[in-house]
Design a protein around this ligand. Structure first.
Ligand code: KG4
Ligand code: ZN
Length: 340
């Protein structure tokens, strides 16, 4: 009889302290997220030292809660998967050291997971992946198009040349005087708006799957300055709608083009910006018309969580990947395949 596989996931790369237990790679048995957003809001962004301090305070509680919610003991687990990078090094180290201590105390193997592989594997918690698969990863630190031929195989075909999509959302939100994190606020204003300011689209070279958002951000700043010089007030709704239209149109068009070129069987979206309602409905409509299955996780699994780390960790565990006690936080960790 095959024993069930239970993986404990730990995520502390940015401003969420999270632990989760996932059964057989796709079933969430517990999922605990302690967010620091309320406290980071005061500073208009994530302050690394404060993030680390929060993680230290929360990690033990969150770990205990993940076990309690699952009704499991450490003896039931098969491995500990932890975000190894990329992220804030001080924040990563809290999760990694907790994972090492837990693994050592309970004689469990430890697996270092790439944060973006985690975001991609959030989809595995909803439905099985089918390959070849195209993933659009849009988060606070990443904007990437990745083709997967099989589990654990990642081919990067496009990425941002400057700001990440979420970073652009957060910066434009600040220009509009909206609280951190700005993405959900811009999303809401854009949906409420009856008009959109026309902003440029950064298509780059015709055959490129790369992205660029800094020009769009500058266009929003210039628009505001021009209005201010003329003594007019800015309408945040119209700016939010125009900004979101530009971002969504470019992300959708490049994802569609790549899906056709790579003849993929499934398209998925992942990362915090995949929570965006405008982006979700644009991608859904586009791929429904195209006849390619498109999936995006529920919003709670788009933003940072540990279930996605446990899901990716499960796939790595099954592929025989194991880390060791030398593991360190890797702020600039590249996304490499564990199956090639
Ligand atoms: O994946 P995530 O939780 O953390 C990183 O790994 O970066 O993504 C956070 C980002 C933030 O920039 C936030 O503004 C953005 O996701 N975000 C959104 C929405 N919800 C979160 N951006 C646009 N629309 C949203 N609804
Ligand atoms: Zn993330």
């Amino acid at each position: 009889m095959n024993k069930d596989l239970y993986i404990l996931g730990i995520e502390t790369s940015c401003d969420e302290t999270a632990a989760s237990i996932v059964k057989n790679g796709h079933e969430i048995v517990s999922n605990v997220v302690a967010s620091q957003i309320q406290s980071q809001k005061r500073f208009g962004g994530v302050v690394p030292e404060i993030a680390s301090r929060h993680h230290v305070e929360q990690i033990t509680l969150v770990l205990e809660e993940a076990l309690r919610e699952a009704g499991l003991t450490p003896a039931d687990l098969d491995a500990v998967a932890v975000t190894e990078g990329p992220g804030l090094v001080g924040a990563l180290l809290i999760g990694i050291n907790a994972a090492k201590a837990f693994a050592f105390a309970n004689s469990l193997p430890i697996i270092g997971v790439h944060h973006i592989a985690g975001h991609v594997y959030a989809n595995q918690l909803m439905q099985p992946m089918e390959f070849p698969l195209l993933a659009l990863i849009v988060s606070g630190g990443h904007t990437e198009l990745v083709v997967m031929k099989e589990h654990g195989h990642f081919e990067l075909i496009g990425e941002t040349r400057d700001d990440a999509a979420g970073e652009a959302y957060d910066k434009v939100a600040r220009v509009l005087g909206l609280p951190y994190p700005g993405g959900p606020h811009i999303d809401r204003l854009a949906l409420e708006s009856d008009r959109a300011v026309e902003f440029p689209r950064a298509w780059l070279e015709p055959d490129s799957y790369d992205f660029s958002f800094s020009g769009l951000k500058s266009a929003v700043i210039n628009y505001r300055h021009n209005l201010e010089q003329r003594g007019e007030t800015i309408d945040p709704h119209h700016v939010a709608a125009g900004f979101q239209e530009s971002v969504v149109e470019v992300l959708t068009a490049k994802t569609l083009k790549a899906a056709r070129q790579y003849k993929v069987k499934q398209v998925i979206a992942a990362g915090g910006v995949a929570a965006n309602k405008g982006l979700r409905s644009s991608l859904e409509a586009t791929f429904e018309k195209e006849g390619i299955p498109f999936y995006v996780p529920p919003i709670s699994l788009c933003t940072d969580n540990a279930a996605m780390i446990a899901a990716a960790g499960s796939s790595m565990f099954e592929a025989g990947v194991r880390g060791n006690m030398e593991m360190n936080g890797r702020p600039g960790m590249p996304l490499t395949s564990w199956n090639s």
